[in-house]
Design a binder for this molecule. Structure first.
Ligand code: BTX
Length: 324
């Protein structure tokens, strides 16, 4: 309901929307509308109320609440249910719990801040308040277990396309799960799953995007490796709009992936957005470091590299360093 109210206020920029019109649109009483307006004001929206005229939106805060994201969201699956919390240890943790309790496919869990945001292999993910997008998507694809990791690649394509569409930033994918701009990470993806035998129960795709973090606000150890959209663009962005764009880019890619043809059908899109292939890389694998050139990605998302001795090697899982 708050989404409808916000939408009506925004559709009338600078003007007033009568309480009566809101009652009709929402099908509730004047008192109920007044209470929702009060909640919105408490959340930081500056809404002016004038007798006999109605309500006017003076200024919106940069929030990633469900109401903000839902407004104008053009998806039919991803984000139909949105769970927002001001602070969470990790959105992936709550998403896992909710998925275990039966939350539907497409549910998005999002927080303004994470106190224990995590990356792969137990690493930490810096997730300060009011400035980033820290969210997790719950998915229930009918896929063989071995294909689960490909969802990270699908999300990476969606992120690059979304950043380009919403912000004009042309970032690139470092296989498998990072999005870089000028060699610095602006987004990361962490896919976790719950499976039994060969069946995936659910996947949780965690997405972190550094949006309005001034470069100086990154901790010292991240200064040389991390960046934000604000640092790249030189201005702040509305986080909810970036979230919407990510969900809207992800949905058709995910559908194509699940319905038609796996990663092969998205391979060209992945290639068009990557900064890995053709470059010298070191793959840090469980078997040790492998140096060489990244040659290609196959229809399963496996990275093919040519080692310095000329032999070819398939990389199924690794962190890589790319030398551009
Ligand atoms: P990763 O393991 O590839 O990268 C983690 C590494 O990235 C860290 O060790 C650190 O060097 C660096 N790093 C930490 N924080 C940031 C940051 N904000 N920006 C750039 N670099 C950083 C990447 O893992 C996957 C990250 C997924 C984060 C999302 S947020 C929502 C969801 N919930 C959750 O706990 N994790 C995911």
């Amino acid at each position: 309901m708050q989404g409808t109210i916000l939408h009506m206020l925004r559709e009338t920029p600078g003007g007033f929307v009568s309480g009566e019109a809101m009652c009709q649109a929402c099908g509730v009483s004047r008192t109920a509308i007044w209470k929702h307006i009060k909640d919105l004001q408490d959340a930081g929206y500056q809404i002016e109320a004038v007798r006999n005229k109605g309500y006017r939106l003076v200024e919106s805060p940069d929030l990633v609440t469900a109401a903000e994201i839902r407004e104008g969201l053009q998806t039919t699956l991803i984000g139909q249910s949105i769970i927002y919390r001001e602070s969470l240890d990790s959105t992936n943790t709550l998403a896992q719990q909710m998925a275990n309790q039966g939350a539907p496919e497409g549910t998005v869990v999002i927080a303004d801040e994470q106190t224990s945001g995590r990356g792969r292999r137990g690493r930490q993910w810096f997730s300060p308040p009011h400035s980033g997008i820290w969210m997790s998507l719950i998915l229930r694809p009918e896929l063989p277990l071995a294909h689960a990791a490909q969802i990270t690649l699908v999300a990476a394509v969606a992120l690059c396309q979304a950043l380009s569409r919403a912000t004009g930033v042309k970032a690139g994918i470092k296989w498998p799960n990072d999005i870089l701009f000028n060699g610095k990470k602006c987004c990361g993806i962490l896919t976790e799953m719950h499976a039994e035998f060969d069946q995936i129960h659910h996947l949780v795709v965690g997405i972190g995007i550094n949006v309005n973090i001034p470069q100086a606000d990154f901790p010292d150890e991240l200064q040389s490796i991390a960046t934000s959209l604000q640092a790249i663009r030189g201005e702040k962005l509305a986080r909810a709009e970036v979230v919407r764009t990510v969900l809207e880019e992800f949905e058709p890619l995910y559908r194509r992936y699940v319905n038609n043809g796996g990663f092969g059908s998205l391979r060209d899109a992945w290639k068009a957005n990557n900064i890995t292939l053709g470059n010298r890389i070191v793959a840090h694998t469980a078997r040790g470091d492998i140096e060489g050139k990244a040659l290609d990605i196959d229809e399963f998302g496996v990275l093919l590299m040519e080692k310095d001795n000329g032999e070819q090697e398939k990389i199924y899982s690794a962190d890589i360093t790319v030398f551009v």
